[in-house]
Design a protein around this ligand. Structure first.
Ligand SMILES: Nc1nc2c(ncn2[C@@H]2O[C@H](COP(=O)(O)OP(=O)(O)O)[C@@H](O)[C@H]2O)c(=O)[nH]1
Ligand SMILES: [Mg+2]
Length: 313
């Protein structure tokens, strides 16, 4: 593990990939590597991208990554999406676009499933981010799919969060409902090549105006056509502008602290889960409690209490 970590911090992508696999599999000795990894991390800029399925997030990420490469930066991509075109499950045109990324040694891509995800972002994402960060990637882009807690969680780990929408009335309403309005640092309306773009832009802008308080940074709304590589330079400029803003206003350390908090809580949660479900004693305890619940000798709440009391002792 230590050797693997040393190689990863020296930028060895094979070591990076193996460490990530260990993280995903919750390898019991991972912590040995993560101690080293953590000492070398904390430099990367983290960009979170969220929005409904099919909005063009992956396509957009590909273009953003290429733009950052033009600007001389290395990029790590974490796609929390089992159907990600990064892993090949895509139409031919999309696959060709993605292959431009996979051939570039300055870009490291990892798709992660949602397995083992007991609410929120898949547990290993914090590890994966730290590993990519320590290996020297300048920019890390995290993609989450769907609408729900995972999207809200992303704000805890990203320096800048993009919420991607597409033209059409339903989306902006969905956005408010899902609480995405609050987490967006930048709104992106992708598929600007399809009809209805002006209306959607206007809708979102008026939504922002409604909630806007004087003296507070106003969330920008940008139009892109990722598939045609339009609006990408402007978008990356806006991301950089937001980064300057959080650095200037002193809120970057707060965001970092939130990320470490989320990571710490996640590790504790994982450890507790392992204790409860994997370790033999707990397994036996649970089994016997299930029996007692079934026989109405106890109820699930009292049984849970019993287990928790045992843990805290
Ligand atoms: N018309 C149009 N289609 C796009 C655009 N960007 C992406 N797409 C297409 O939308 C589909 C979904 O894209 P994808 O990036 O996988 O979306 P994701 O689910 O949000 O990651 C793909 O077939 C893309 O080619 C765009 O700007 N315009
Ligand atoms: Mg995607």
């Amino acid at each position: 593990m230590k050797d693997l970590a040393e190689r990863a911090v020296n930028g060895d992508d094979r070591a990076v990939a193996r460490l990530i696999t260990h993280a995903e599999n919750c390898h019991p000795d991972l912590y040995e590597a993560m101690r080293i990894i953590h000492r070398h991390g904390g430099r990367a800029q983290v960009i979170g991208i969220t929005g409904v399925m099919g909005a063009g997030k992956s396509t957009l990420i590909a273009e953003i990554a290429l733009e950052y490469r033009k600007r001389g930066k290395t990029v790590g991509i974490i796609a929390i999406d089992p159907t990600s075109p990064f892993t090949g499950g895509a139409l031919l045109g999309d696959r060709i676009r993605m292959s431009r990324l996979t051939m570039d040694p300055g870009i490291f891509i990892r798709s992660m499933g949602t397995r083992g995800m007991l609410g929120g972002l898949t547990g290993a994402v914090y590890d994966v981010m730290e590993i990519m960060d320590a290996s020297g990637k300048d920019v890390i882009i995290v993609e989450t799919v769907g609408v729900g807690q995972a999207e809200v969680d992303i704000i805890k780990i990203a320096d800048t969060t993009l919420v991607v929408l597409v033209p059409g009335l339903g989306d902006s309403i969905q956005t408010i409902k899902a609480g995405l309005m609050e987490i967006a640092d930048i709104f992106v309306v992708n598929k600007a090549d399809v009809p209805g773009i002006e209306r959607t832009m206007a809708e979102i802008e008026s939504m922002i105006d409604l909630g806007h308080r004087p003296g507070v940074r106003k969330t920008p709304v940008l139009a892109t056509a990722a598939k045609e590589c339009k609006g990408i330079t402007e978008l990356v400029d806006a991301i950089e502008e937001h980064r300057e803003f959080i650095v200037g206003s002193g809120s970057l350390p707060d965001r970092r602290r939130k990320r470490y908090e989320a990571e710490l809580v996640e590790i504790i949660r994982k450890r507790l889960m392992t204790m409860i479900f994997d370790e033999k004693v707990f397994r036996e305890k649970v089994e016997s409690l299930i029996g007692r619940i079934e026989g109405k000798e106890t109820d699930p709440y009292s049984a849970a209490e019993e287990i928790l009391d045992g843990l805290l002792k």
